[in-house]
Design a protein around this ligand. Structure first.
Ligand code: PMP
Length: 405
């Protein structure tokens, strides 16, 4: 689908046509996005906000239009609920810090799940250390689904926030976030949804979901690196103190003290990445032109096809087989004596055949520990991947396993 929009995909790697299946790490960029970056720097670049001159006014408009576009893309009520950050990781650090300053004190509890990415674990751990709070973890069942039945027992009068991924970056599985939000809201506990692996693959509406916070990264959504967003309901964002100090986030600075700017600027200290925000907007417009439902359908058929093909390769174990996935799956290979083939060896042999996948812990060590393996091989797709890519991958995997036998 729309492969011609991605010139990088036409190259050969190690003499073989590139088959890029590492999209959960980052997606490739369509020419619409790379052209937009060049256009920004060659026609309207100027620092934004407070500018009285033409270019600055244009740049400010582009940045704010992108904010409005992203608000509508994720179904936010208003653009002021979108804070631009460097990406999901910075969004979660911002939230953990500011929310922690406002609401968390000694003995309080924060709930995450076993399958979170490190960036949805470590900022909360750091907060817990700072405030002497406790991090609690939703366990996994044997089939690698979240044990949602354990959640009510984890939510107490001390629980301040729940933060969970909508789509696992390792397993690709879609999590029962709606149910988590319902259980948390019944107890007046806010929920943050890590949408880094969901926003590229599924239609998202923060209002329909009724999450309190939502985070994602442009670079996983056909946009540039170095930009992402934190969505927060206005009622929550208004209660949070600033994260970083500097220009733009202030109202007035006096030696007697500083007052802070309104939303969302209060959380955007310094010159923002206005070229990045513009290109992020172009990227989501690109997704909208294709249709998020359309690309989602295409990807879900493709991932099901990949899973079905993989299960016919001897020695392959697909994790969370048969469960609904968005964009990714993980597997391992066992040799004829039942010994795990190190995922890195599989990855290297695939690379030699032009196939790009990712191997290792995927920044989710607690989940990998739970699986009891040193890592997995992760295949992850985007709208431009095809059944031919999967067939080439399967052929290369068969060759790799034969070589290792
Ligand atoms: N959460 C999830 C679920 C992710 O997949 C990732 C990226 N691998 C992140 C958070 C962190 O995103 P970034 O590196 O763009 O900040």
């Amino acid at each position: 689908m729309h492969r011609d929009d991605f010139p990088i995909l036409t190259q050969h790697v190690h003499g073989k046509p590139l088959v890029y299946l590492d999209n959960a790490a980052t997606t490739q960029k369509p020419t619409a996005v790379t052209d937009a970056i060049v256009e920004a720097y060659t026609t309207w670049n100027a620092n934004i906000h407070r500018g009285t001159h033409h270019l600055s006014i244009v740049a400010t408009e582009k940045h704010e239009q992108a904010r409005a576009l992203l608000a509508s893309f994720i179904g936010a009520a208003e653009p002021e609920e979108i804070v631009f950050t460097r990406g999901t990781t910075e969004s979660l650090n911002l939230l953990a810090f500011s929310f922690g300053e406002a609401f968390v004190s000694e003995g309080d509890e924060i709930v995450v799940s076993t399958l979170e990415h490190h960036s949805n674990i470590v900022p909360w751990q750091m907060l817990c250390e700072r405030k002497k709070a406790v991090l609690k973890v939703i366990p996994l069942r044997d089939d690698l689904t979240l044990d949602i039945d354990a959640l009510p027992g984890l939510l107490t009068q001390h629980t301040k926030i729940v933060s969970v991924a909508l789509v696992s970056n390792v397993l690709g599985t879609v999590q029962p976030v709606q149910e988590i939000i319902r259980l948390a809201h019944e107890r007046h506990i806010p929920v943050c949804v890590d949408g880094a692996q969901a926003a590229p693959h599924l239609p998202v509406s923060v209002r329909a979901m009724d999450c309190d916070f939502f985070v994602c990264s442009a670079h996983k959504m056909y946009g540039p690196t170095g930009i992402g967003l934190l969505y927060g309901k206005r009622s929550w964002l208004e209660q949070l103190p600033p994260y970083q100090g500097g220009g733009e986030m202030i109202e007035h600075v006096r030696w007697s003290g500083t007052t802070y700017n309104q939303l969302p600027y209060r959380f955007e200290a310094g010159t923002p990445d206005y070229v990045g925000s513009y290109a992020f907007g172009v990227a989501v417009r690109y997704m909208q032109t294709i249709g998020v439902e359309t690309l989602s359908q295409h990807e879900s058929e493709l991932i099901a096809y990949a899973e079905q093909q993989l299960q016919q390769v001897e020695g392959v174990v697909v994790y969370a087989a048969g469960q609904k996935k968005a964009g990714a799956l993980s597997f391992n290979v066992y040799d004829t004596s039942g010994k795990l083939v190190h995922p890195f060896d599989i990855g290297t042999l695939l690379d030699r055949q032009g196939i790009a996948v990712r191997t290792g812990h995927h920044c989710a060590e607690p989940l990998i520990d739970h699986l009891g393996v040193p890592g997995t091989v992760r295949l992850s797709i985007a709208l431009y991947n095809s059944t031919e890519d999967i067939d080439a991958f399967i052929l290369a995997l068969r060759r790799a396993t034969q070589m290792l036998a």
